[in-house]
Design a binder for this molecule. Structure first.
Ligand SMILES: NC(=O)c1ccc[n+]([C@@H]2O[C@H](COP(=O)([O-])OP(=O)(O)OC[C@H]3O[C@@H](n4cnc5c(N)ncnc54)[C@H](OP(=O)(O)O)[C@@H]3O)[C@@H](O)[C@H]2O)c1
Length: 355
């Protein structure tokens, strides 16, 4: 078995970037060769210091050109938003790209982006893979894999459940929590583009099962706080406040891909500020749940292990990092071009079993 090491540049060190960086430092099959940061307080720091590990000798920089000039096999791009021109520069400079910022799966809507990426891959002899927990795993790879345990599939429901009170995130206000319910329903906070980014995953599942998506419909339901709910934005992060009684404390997005005139693949996203909300959705701990309706019916819940408070934390962000980081060897070794799960098939991660 090959003992090849893969030279990786970590691009940005937010929540996902830091989880990936920790993996790259600890995985003996990976050699960390560069770290890009935007935060001036991180510039000049050793990569190990950024994630509470021993020094690595790799110093974080905001000098993008210096990193682009480096010899590396792969860039793990975990900045806030995708940057197509930058991806293309990496790819043309001979670096493969794995990105949780997407784009994820080629569809007609994103044809232009993927054509640019394909062209850069051809020029550089490199490959690109969009990764994540959802899109990227729970709503595509997982149901497709589970379909192998079915005799007949009637409908598939994929649900993301996040309790944002127990799993604080900096985006609480941007997401519309604390707003007037009618106002949020009239002007939802989630980008109108979001369903189309996830539609790539829906297509992958539906086409993977030999069918075509006929249309995509969306629905938003909100729940109101039944008491004033104090919240934070996360440990050590300034801000937070109170979700006032009667304002938005829960959101349920429902996106449906229709097949043969009926709802077939339904994505639910339940985001709630605890349990004091009305309507009270009975979803349990934060998780991804895949329900395959048919013969025989099947249900899988993907959850973090039990934490000290007896509940299961939401691990969507570390999982987003790991599902991409563990794909790095396969992406580097694959043929040039855009790679989805359908191209990569069953991956064989390296370096996970270690003392
Ligand atoms: N597919 C999925 O399932 C999935 C799930 C979650 C997240 N994501 C994606 O993963 C990416 C990272 O998410 P995250 O939760 O880690 O976000 P985050 O914690 O906000 O971190 C993003 C990092 O990007 C850098 N940054 C900040 N402003 C920037 C700017 N203007 N231009 C370029 N970089 C900037 C910063 O890096 P430094 O601190 O190093 O300066 C920041 O820490 C996002 O694109 C997100 O959409 C995908």
């Amino acid at each position: 078995m090959s003992q090849k090491k893969y030279r990786v540049i970590q691009w940005a060190t937010g929540t996902v970037g830091k989880a990936a960086l920790k993996h790259f430092i600890e995985n003996p099959f990976i050699e960390l060769v560069g770290v890009y940061v935007t935060n001036p307080q991180k510039v000049g720091k050793d990569a190990g210091d950024l994630v509470g590990l021993p020094k690595t000798g790799v110093i974080a920089t905001n000098d993008a050109e210096k990193l682009i000039a480096l010899e590396a096999d792969c860039v793990f791009f975990a900045a806030l938003v995708q940057d197509l021109p930058l991806y293309c520069r990496f790819l043309r400079s001979g670096k493969n790209v794995v990105s949780p910022a997407g784009p994820f799966t080629p569809t007609e809507r994103y044809r232009n982006q993927f054509e640019q990426i394909e062209a850069a891959c051809r020029d550089g002899g490199t490959s690109y893979h969009g990764c994540g927990i959802h899109p990227g795993f729970s709503g595509d790879l997982l149901p497709l894999t589970l379909s192998r345990l079915m005799n007949r599939i009637e409908r598939i429901e994929v649900t993301e459940v996040i309790d944002k009170l127990r799993n604080p995130m900096i985006y609480t206000e941007v997401m519309g929590f604390g707003r007037d319910p009618e106002a949020l329903l009239a002007k939802p906070s989630r980008s109108p583009e979001a369903p189309y980014a996830f539609a790539g995953s829906m297509n992958m599942v539906v086409e993977g099962l030999g069918k075509q998506v006929e249309k995509l419909t969306t629905r938003l339901e909100v729940a109101a706080a039944t008491r004033d709910i104090p919240y934070t934005l996360g440990e050590g992060i300034p801000g937070g406040g109170i979700i006032r009684k009667g304002t938005v404390a829960g959101q349920h997005f429902e996106w449906t891909a229709w097949v043969d005139g009926a709802p077939f693949l339904i994505y639910h996203f339940y985001w709630a500020m605890g349990e004091d909300i009305e309507p009270k959705w009975d979803n349990g701990d934060s998780c991804y749940r895949v329900v395959m309706h048919g013969d025989p019916p099947l249900e899988v819940r993907l959850m973090g292990g039990v934490a000290a408070d007896g509940r299961r934390p939401f691990l969507g962000l570390p999982w987003t990092a790991l599902v991409g980081a563990t794909a790095v060897p396969a992406v580097c070794d694959a043929r040039p071009g855009v790679l989805t799960h359908l191209d990569l098939g069953l991956m064989q991660p390296r370096g996970l079993v270690r003392p």
